[in-house]
Design a protein around this ligand. Structure first.
Ligand code: HEC
Ligand SMILES: [Cu+2]
Length: 401
């Protein structure tokens, strides 16, 4: 038998690769990895929190290593394809190579070291961002289909200066006199610069995921469990909040959006420059709405309806809502055909029952997805009668076609 002899001099001359080429290749790999790590992060939103800076630094290191390996592998592939390609008429096999212990050691040890270094580095970063400082602003976040609600607690020593107790409703005055905190809810998360904020998250229904891309913060909300996140904003401004878990047909409504008129809709994080600005522009005005509710039930209803997650499912032009899971509420008070269908005597009673017992009559063309808002504080989706009556009074003004 005559085996064809490999032609060593022609194209299997790996010994012929000069040191110059190895050095040039090394430079291309290192510089290329560096450029990848330098420019890729520019597609991310600006880093808005102290934690985001740590995470981005880790990301850059990973991009550098990953980028260098990418160039090495693709480069070797390209060199092999060009330099060791089969020439015309060549039907021979390559030379048999029985193994190379040095090479095997290198390609085992180098990745092992890289993985070990990255694991330790990631663990250090994880430990730094998993701190929940006791002085942080505490905000409870409720996720539900299809809206975020932020609940703020106000202790008696955190009320606006010079509260006029004669204008505070009796029930609330009693709470305050007891020294109990009062709470209010809002569709946006407000905080201020260079101060940590801790959000405690719970879900009213399915799993959601709370994500603020600008803060590099993301955490799942798991049914029946409270999860927490802490971060310290280092940039003022407005940051989008997104639900990152496909939770149903109105999932997209759980992301902060800009309406056609340029208003902010849905969930946003607003970072004020100072605590004083936070108090004066957000906290005190919101508390004053609760402390001095408008006498007119329609105005009150228009105010309190915004504390509930209706916007995620309903469209209502007056308030800039764009949800599509439920019927459009523009003109809802003129839908008299509903009265005959449900046997309700008045539109007021119909609207009342639409909120307290939505499952009893499901509007044709829609699914039974409306939340049931309950009258007792220990029930899910609590809505006191006073709020319900005001909301119905407000909805009764939504007439038209
Ligand atoms: C999870 C989505 C969802 C949320 C949140 C929600 N709704 Fe609904 N709503 C629906 C759906 C779906 C229907 C139609 C099915 C039905 O009748 O139950 C509906 C029906 C209604 C109706 C009857 C409309 C008509 O045309 O007859 C009213 C009124 C209403 N909702 C008010 C509210 C109010 C007020 C809130 C907030 C306090 C709210 N909804 C929150 C999904 C929702
Ligand atoms: Cu969601």
């Amino acid at each position: 038998m005559n085996h064809p002899k490999p032609e060593n001099n022609q194209r299997h001359g790996s010994a012929g690769i000069s040191l110059v080429w190895v050095i040039a290749g090394g430079v291309v790999i290192v510089v290329g990895g560096f450029l990848i790590s330098l420019f890729t992060p520019s597609i991310l939103p600006r880093a808005g929190s102290a934690q985001a800076v740590l995470i981005d630094d880790l990301f850059r290191v990973m991009l550098f290593i990953g980028g260098a390996i990418f160039i090495l592998v693709e480069g070797l592939l390209l060199v092999s394809v060009i330099r060791f390609r089969a020439r015309k008429g060549d039907r021979g096999d390559g030379p048999p190579i029985p193994g190379n212990t040095t090479l095997e050691l290198v390609w085992t040890l180098v990745p092992a070291i890289i993985v070990a270094v990255l694991s330790i580095y990631s663990f250090v970063v994880w430990n730094q961002i998993e701190v929940h400082p006791p002085e942080a602003l505490q905000v409870d976040v409720v996720g539900q289909r299809f809206a975020w609600t932020f609940n703020y607690d106000a202790a008696t020593d955190e009320l606006p200066p010079n509260v006029d107790m004669t204008r505070v409703p009796e029930e609330l005055a009693a709470t305050l006199n007891n020294g109990d905190p009062i709470s209010f809810s809002h569709p946006q998360l407000h905080t201020w610069l260079n101060h940590p904020v801790t959000v405690s998250m719970s879900s009213q229904d399915v799993n959601h995921a709370f994500w603020i891309p600008g803060m590099r913060m993301k955490q799942d909300l798991l049914a029946g469990r409270v999860t927490t996140l802490s971060f310290t904003p280092i940039e003022t401004g407005v940051f989008r909040i997104v639900c990152a878990e496909l939770c149903g047909s109105g999932h997209g409504e759980m992301a902060g959006r800009v309406t056609e008129d340029g208003d902010l809709a849905g969930a946003w994080l607003i970072v004020h420059a100072t605590e004083q600005e936070y108090l004066e522009q957000f906290y005190y005005p919101e508390l004053e709405k609760i402390l001095y509710p408008p006498e007119d039930p329609v105005l009150l209803g228009r105010q309190v309806i915004q504390n509930y997650p209706c916007a995620g499912c309903h469209t209502l032009s007056d308030l800039g809502w764009t949800g599509t899971t439920g019927p459009i509420l523009d003109g809802v008070a003129s839908r008299n055909a509903r009265l005959a269908a449900t046997g309700e005597g008045t539109m007021e009673a119909y609207l009342h029952d639409s909120i307290r017992h939505p499952g009893e009559y499901v509007v044709p063309g829609f699914n039974n997805l409306m939340l049931q808002f309950n009258p007792e504080p220990d029930q899910p989706n609590y809505m006191p009668d006073s709020d319900l009556n005001a909301i119905v009074a407000y909805l009764l003004t939504q007439t038209g076609s």
